[in-house]
Design a protein around this ligand. Structure first.
Ligand code: NDP
Ligand code: HSE
Length: 436
């Protein structure tokens, strides 16, 4: 059978990995796809660098537009990253009737609604397995394997860089900046690592998962996002003393009033499998009403794991290229005319449990004043830890874990407790999820 002809845009970490795996496993992949997968054009801005990976037999150009318009190309694989020129090139490829495979979660989370709509009008595939959780086939699971279920919630460790940083900080006591440098050297971090450490990359990914799970449009602009830069070693330690690990989680949950869409550092019970996902590994927990909880685990970043997902998409394209357009799986799992309009809830309306660390005067009545404020706001305490004041100090740390409550109540309670004269400085708030 005629090969699937691939035009590759960008040949960095993932592009190089894709090239390696396609070459190494060519025979096995073609037996699965029913035709060979053949890279026929590569676009790179630095030819000399790209030639180290691309053999002389494959044309290498610096004109990216020439590749997306080339009649010899069936599918364009965008592995450049960023918003532009990636968006313009993908839209141009679609306009020229090319199928598209991309790992670019930033682009899809922000401009995906427009890209899918253009692709639908042209009847071409846009596949994006590599955009979430690297090598884990979570897109396939949500779009196909779990279609019988009403999805209740998703909670995922979906950024390898931050999981690597938190793991190394906890287990080796290393400093944040040093571990970030290691993650960059290993090719895990985004071109702009603030996307990783500020939770933006995880926000892109959970927005994509939420659209697939709940049949809503991509809603990254409404997600609540916090990163790991404010996490202090002391909170990692106190959490551990109380039986919890801190992970950067992407959470999407269906509530009666709408959808929770949030990324933030989260305490999770240390006994949960997902709490023990360390290093660059990712894991996604999906709770469906029929199947119950399912857990997907694997490498969330890196050249070859991500290539595994890119090539899975290419095989899907190879198998479906001649099929009737109406027989394809919808881009976002739900039929486009059946996308819902549930609102994304503002953070004040989110329900969670909380970890609060307070610095207070160590004298009678202080704890009673704090618990009174919590009771006034209908917040129930689940556990408490009070540390001995250090030698010669008149203040101490109190750590409170609450039962589930509405975030607006916690914020009101924190403001009232911070206003008490016995409270010193700002209260540290972290969310806690039992994931039961
Ligand atoms: P790299 O930076 O390693 O590679 C990007 C490639 O695209 C390089 O060849 C680069 O050229 C080229 N490129 C980037 N911007 C431009 C531009 N404006 N014009 C022309 N060429 C450009 O990135 P990755 O391979 O790590 O990431 C690629 C995509 O995959 C991104 O969308 C990323 O988010 C996603 N992804 C990455 C994962 C990973 O583990 N790294 C995992 C999952 C997804 P040059 O070499 O000259 O800079
Ligand atoms: N920077 C991303 C991460 C790459 O660290 O998870 C994979 O999407």
């Amino acid at each position: 059978m005629k090969p699937l002809r691939i035009g590759l845009l960008g040949i960095g970490t993932v592009g190089g990995g894709t090239f390696d795996v396609l070459t190494r496993n060519a025979e096995e992949i073609s037996r699965r796809a029913g035709r060979p997968l053949s890279v026929v054009r590569v676009a790179a801005r630095n030819e000399a660098k790209a030639r180290k990976v691309v053999p002389a037999s494959i044309p290498l150009v610096t004109d990216f537009r020439a590749v997306v318009r080339d009649p010899e190309v069936d599918v364009v694989v965008e592995l450049m990253g960023g918003y532009e020129p990636a968006k313009a090139l993908i839209l141009d490829a679609i306009e020229h009737g090319k199928h598209v495979v991309t790992a670019n979660k930033a682009l899809l989370a922000v401009h995906g609604n427009e890209i899918f709509s253009a692709a639908r009008a042209k009847g071409v595939i846009v596949a994006f397995e590599a955009a979430v959780a690297g090598g884990i086939p979570i897109i396939k699971a949500l779009r196909e394997g779990l279609v019988a279920n009403r999805i209740e919630w998703i909670a995922g460790i979906i950024n390898g860089t931050t999981n690597f940083i938190l793991s190394e900080m906890r287990s080796k006591g290393l400093a944040f900046a040093d571990v970030l440098k290691q993650a960059q050297a290993k090719g895990y971090a985004e071109a702009d690592p603030t996307f990783d450490i500020e939770g933006v990359d995880a926000g892109h990914k959970i927005s994509i998962l939420a659209a697939l799970a709940f049949g809503i449009p991509l809603s990254f602009d409404k997600a609540h996002i916090e990163g790991i830069t404010k996490i202090e070693a002391i909170d990692i330690r106190y959490a551990e003393e109380m039986g919890y690990r801190i992970k950067l989680l992407g959470i999407a949950r269906r509530r009666a009033a709408g959808i929770e869409l949030r990324v933030h550092p989260t305490l999770i019970p240390a006994r949960r499998l997902i709490a023990n996902v360390e290093g660059v590994m990712n894991a996604v927990l999906v709770k469906g009403d029929a199947v119950g909880a399912t857990l997907y685990y694997g490498a969330g970043a890196g050249a070859q794991p991500t290539a595994s997902a890119v090539i899975a998409d290419l095989v899907d394209v190879a198998r479906l290229i001649d099929a009737d357009v109406n027989h394809r799986v919808p881009y976002l799992a739900f039929q486009p005319d059946r996308i819902g309009s549930e609102p994304v809830l503002p953070i004040d309306e989110v329900e969670s449990s909380y970890y609060l660390r307070l610095r207070v005067d160590d004298r009678p009545g202080v704890l009673a004043d704090i618990t009174r404020v919590l009771a006034d706001n209908m917040i129930s305490i689940d556990a408490m830890l009070q540390k001995e004041p250090a030698e010669g100090e008149a203040q101490t740390d109190i750590i409170l874990l609450t039962h589930e409550t509405i975030e607006g109540r916690i914020r009101r309670a924190i403001a009232a407790i911070e206003a008490q004269p016995s409270t010193r400085g700002k209260i540290v708030l972290l969310r806690l999820e039992n994931l039961a």
